[in-house]
Design a protein around this ligand. Structure first.
Ligand code: SF4
Ligand code: F3S
Ligand code: FES
Length: 235
């Protein structure tokens, strides 16, 4: 089939503002991915097209973009998943500053991630082998550990769009991942930035984050568990 891709372009060194350019590719089938289209357009039609990607298999989180108005990974969306009768609209993730074309500046996203101290804090001496935990304890964390830090959730959240200081769902999910880890001694350190004016209480249960997550993580459920923990004052 023949498909047209309407891609937002923007080179801050020469463009006054972003604009859309159309590219048409032929001979495609339903298993062709949006990332394949970006590669073919760059390699065959316009070498200046700029985007980020690494693993090409839904593991690294580097190719979050907006496809027909929905945040997704370019490598995980197939042509059979989208309407190909109209041009497929491809834009950078919303909210974050554009560096060039589909590449955004992730500095704010990672700054907020670092605020929750996203690492295990244990005050005892390291054991001779690994730190063990029960299957039940590990299972409680399992879903949250699937996060690949793609920013699809955080950049789709209207609470962030209206308040740039909101820490966002990805950072809150990471706080859950360590606050509920039974091998960690310092839940309060992971929750400090979350239990604040611009933290978890800015989440108004809008669910855009869940819709956007390419790893099918129920982020809102994890946020609700953290809210319960914070009001219970059991930390
Ligand atoms: Fe991406 Fe999902 Fe992690 Fe958010 S929670 S950063 S959408 S993988
Ligand atoms: Fe935003 Fe998700 Fe909460 S979209 S408001 S973080 S439920
Ligand atoms: Fe790594 Fe898509 S390129 S997740």
């Amino acid at each position: 089939m023949k498909v047209t891709f309407k891609i937002q372009r923007y080179n801050p060194e020469k463009d006054q503002k972003p604009y859309f350019a159309d590219y048409t590719l032929d001979g495609l089938d339903g298993t062709y991915r949006i990332l394949d289209a970006l590669h073919d357009i760059k390699w065959q039609l316009d070498g200046t097209l700029t985007f980020r990607r690494s693993c090409a298999h839904g593991m690294c989180g580097s190719d979050g973009i907006r496809i027909n108005g929905k945040n997704s990974l370019a490598c995980s969306v197939l042509l059979k998943d989208v309407n190909t009768k109209k041009p497929i609209v491809i834009e950078p993730l919303p909210y974050l500053p554009i560096i060039k074309d589909l590449t955004v500046d992730m500095a704010d996203f990672f700054k907020k991630y670092e605020m929750v101290k996203p690492y295990l804090i244990a005050h005892d001496s390291p054991p001779e082998t690994e730190r063990y935990q029960s299957y039940e304890d590990a299972e409680r964390l399992m879903e949250s550990t699937k996060c690949i830090m793609c920013a699809c959730c955080t950049t789709s959240c209207p609470s962030l769009w209206s308040n740039e200081n909101y820490i966002g769902p990805a950072a809150i999910l990471k706080s859950y991942r360590f606050a509920f880890d039974t091998r960690d001694d310092s839940a309060d350190e992971h929750l400090l930035a979350v239990d604040s004016q611009d933290g978890i209480w800015r989440c108004h249960t809008i669910f855009n984050c869940v819709e956007a997550c390419p790893k099918d993580i129920n982020i809102t459920w994890h946020i609700s568990q953290l809210k319960k923990l914070l009001v219970s004052q059991e930390i």
